[in-house]
Design a protein around this ligand. Structure first.
Ligand SMILES: NC(=O)c1ccc[n+]([C@@H]2O[C@H](COP(=O)([O-])OP(=O)(O)OC[C@H]3O[C@@H](n4cnc5c(N)ncnc54)[C@H](OP(=O)(O)O)[C@@H]3O)[C@@H](O)[C@H]2O)c1
Length: 334
């Protein structure tokens, strides 16, 4: 076990973190192993999955967009390519056909759409006749739009309300078409709000960060689907080992609780663990929102298909379990 300081905030305990360096370097094909994954975007989910697969002997490679992060990822033991999907580097694209698995984490951008799919022909020609047999696009439950509070499974009609959600749905279609053209079925994972170590209500409270725009929007909701990053990885790993029967899966926990309930629980956990820590009070507007809220635009997302077909048994069926495990891993809030 090793203890490390992360970005000047909470000190987390790291379990089983091996500093083996990866065996892929820029413009050099990976060694021929059965299991080779390329992660377009080594973000929060990508990094978590990368650590797990790397420890299981996979050849793992991925991308990020800036030198500082590349260095951080390299310090964690990964070999990473600098890559901007708007201006794809042909050297990196040429490597893709050597990988068996491909995880896409890059989100769509307003005014552009999916930055990578702008270059669809280029990707297709890079992948054709290659080793790729699994492609998973990480999407969002936002594609369902306004569901009047109903329980929404994967067959529920998509009806994205805002521009970003529309672009998200277009990205799903684009990546799906690409995989079909290459001769295999894609996976589309519609994720709820992602949280985990270093990205949770506990971290927001400790860092005293202002709410992001997405968090402010979610403040108005009665139901907010969320999922712990470890459970996303469980679901991904279930499909990697055994191709699933369908293409689209909702990946959410069992309890789409309102945001202020999650923050109240986080506050209690923090105050219990570090009595006397000076935390900002919950925003007063939360109270009036609770009173005036209606279910228009709301949805409860079903995870039955994920459980029944992927065999996922959630490590964190609700935010209480997830937050408890997160605070247990924080040694100091400073
Ligand atoms: N956050 C949520 O609650 C939530 C909920 C549902 C779905 N999602 C979606 O699920 C996916 C995975 O989530 P996550 O939390 O792991 O995402 P994340 O941490 O934001 O990672 C996104 C990755 O995409 C890369 N990227 C962004 N724009 C790019 C561009 N133009 N060219 C190349 N790379 C680019 C980022 O590069 P850098 O590493 O350099 O930043 C990063 O590696 C994302 O698409 C996210 O939008 C998120």
């Amino acid at each position: 076990m090793e203890v490390g300081q992360i970005r000047g905030s909470a000190v987390y305990l790291h379990r089983g973190h091996h500093r083996r360096s990866l065996s892929v370097s820029l413009s050099i094909a990976p060694p021929k192993s059965e299991k080779r994954i390329f992660m377009l975007g080594m973000g929060f989910v990508g990094q978590t999955l990368a650590r797990k697969l790397h420890n299981q002997g996979w050849v793992v490679s991925g991308t990020c967009t800036n030198h500082v992060k590349k260095k951080q990822l390299e310090d964690m033991g990964f070999h990473v390519h600098l890559f901007d999907a708007n201006y794809p580097d042909l050297n990196v694209l040429q490597l893709l056909k050597n990988y068996t698995h491909f995880l896409v984490s890059v989100p769509p951008m307003l005014g552009i759409g999916d930055p990578m799919l702008q270059h669809e022909e280029l990707i297709r020609s890079s992948l054709v006749n290659g080793d790729m047999q699994w492609l998973c696009y990480l999407s969002s439950t936002s594609v369902y739009g306004d569901c009047g509070g109903e329980l929404v499974d994967e067959d529920y009609p998509t009806n994205p309300e805002n521009e970003l959600a529309k672009l998200r749905l277009a990205s799903e279609e684009g990546w799906s078409n690409l995989a079909h053209c290459l001769g295999f079925s894609p996976l589309i994972f519609r994720l709820g709000g992602i949280y985990g170590p270093r990205r949770s209500a506990i971290d927001t409270l400790i860092k005293q960060k202002p709410l992001s725009e997405g968090q402010k929007r979610r403040t108005h909701r009665k139901y907010t689907s969320r999922v712990h990053v470890e459970d996303i990885c469980q679901a991904l790993m279930a499909t990697i080992d055994k191709p699933p029967p369908r293409e689209v899966y909702n990946i959410v926990d069992d309890d789409p609780a309102p945001r202020e309930e999650v923050f109240e629980n986080a506050r209690k956990l923090v105050e219990k663990k570090w009595p006397g820590l000076n935390l900002q009070p919950l925003e007063q507007k939360d109270r009036s929102i609770v009173e005036t809220r209606n279910l228009k635009g709301e949805k409860r997302v079903s995870n039955a298909r994920m459980k029944n077909e992927l065999g996922v048994q959630l490590l964190h069926p609700d935010y209480r379990s997830g937050l408890q495990s997160i605070i247990d891993q924080i040694e100091s809030p400073f």
